[in-house]
Design a protein around this ligand. Structure first.
Ligand code: FE2
Ligand code: FE2
Length: 324
């Protein structure tokens, strides 16, 4: 069985996006994948037109059932009030701030006001919207969650040996809520968005490890090798710092990563797939015990790489595909 992994397509309605997404799906079709996994940030601002665009193109390529498509949400799908208020590019925020501090300060003020509108209920509504849009892809999945968690985590059986575990890693973190006043005071003093605290832009992650453990202990899951999907990355600290500063890393990371990895270590996990940091690469975690695969660079024009996983009875092989 062959699984294609992509992530962070950040759909918009432009013709440029539609062309890039079709080219990517054409490349996946050419490499004869049986199943496509997309690990979050399917939309950029969770707008209805963005959902319509991504679903229409997926259906053009016959991804219209849970048999060949598995998706999980990312922070951009679940915090529309925050991301709809951005007009700057997050990736160049520091440079833009230096060039035009007045404009960026105004923008940030608007973002922080958008955050004030955020409540756990708005998060849950956005999660329900995401699941409703892709309901057909969850039809054959076993749910281990509740209505509050949008049914996450879900488990899908791929074959006699392998199952996919779909985790929601964007849950409202108690940590985020507790530290928001501190984040705002720190920002007011230092004018540094990337303060040593939690993220006021909802880009940190948090996983309900109790629900994850429940899914793992189910008899139908216990004896399978698991492909675990989450949106947030699992880089060991020194690896993450190759790409971003320590403070920036703290606004993007999985708050309870160590707790999550403790559960992973006890499980039958074969591989972890994620997105969020926009590059495509495989790397080792837990001192080489597991391989994690970041698929988030797949749609970018300057990258054009995606990965295909070949599942045999005891092993998962990864092949990196370079689009021409
Ligand atoms: Fe993303
Ligand atoms: Fe993300």
């Amino acid at each position: 069985m062959r699984i294609a992994h992509i992530s962070d397509i950040h759909a918009d309605t432009s013709t440029a996006f539609q062309k890039r997404f079709r080219d990517l799906l054409q490349s996946i079709r050419t490499h004869r994948a049986d199943h496509l996994v997309i690990t979050g940030d399917l939309t950029d601002k969770a707008l209805p037109d963005e959902y319509d665009t991504v679903i229409r193109i997926l259906k053009e390529f016959d991804y219209s059932s849970g048999e060949n498509l598995t998706v999980i949400p990312g922070n951009h799908d679940l915090y529309p009030a925050v991301y709809q208020s951005f007009t700057f590019r997050l990736s160049t925020l520091r440079e833009e701030f230096r060039e035009d501090p007045v404009r960026i300060t105004k923008e940030l003020y608007r973002v922080l006001r958008a955050y004030r509108k955020f409540t756990p209920q708005t998060y849950r509504d956005a999660l329900r919207t995401f699941v409703a849009h892709f309901k057909w892809s969850f039809d054959d999945a076993m749910s281990f969650g509740t209505e509050k968690t949008g049914g996450f985590p879900y488990v899908k059986h791929l074959n006699d040996d392998f199952a996919i575990v779909c985790i929601e890693s964007n849950y409202v973190s108690p940590h985020i809520k507790n530290f928001l006043p501190y984040a705002l005071v720190k920002y007011a003093i230092t004018k540094d968005m990337f303060s040593v605290t939690d993220s006021p832009i909802c880009s940190n992650g948090w996983i309900d490890t109790g629900l994850f453990e429940q899914a793992l202990s189910h008899p139908a899951v216990k004896n399978k090798q698991l492909i675990v999907l989450l949106h947030h990355y699992l880089y060991p600290e020194e690896h993450g710092l190759r790409y971003m500063s320590k403070d920036f890393e703290r606004t993007m990371s999985l708050v309870n990563k160590d707790e999550f990895l403790r559960v992973v270590r006890e499980s039958n996990t074969a591989m972890l797939l994620h997105g969020h940091w926009h590059i495509t690469e495989a790397y080792s975690i837990c001192n080489g015990t597991f391989t994690a695969l970041n698929g988030a660079g797949s749609i970018r024009e300057d990258n054009g790489k995606w990965n295909i996983l070949d599942l045999s009875a005891n092993k998962v092989n990864i092949d990196e595909v370079h689009m021409s």
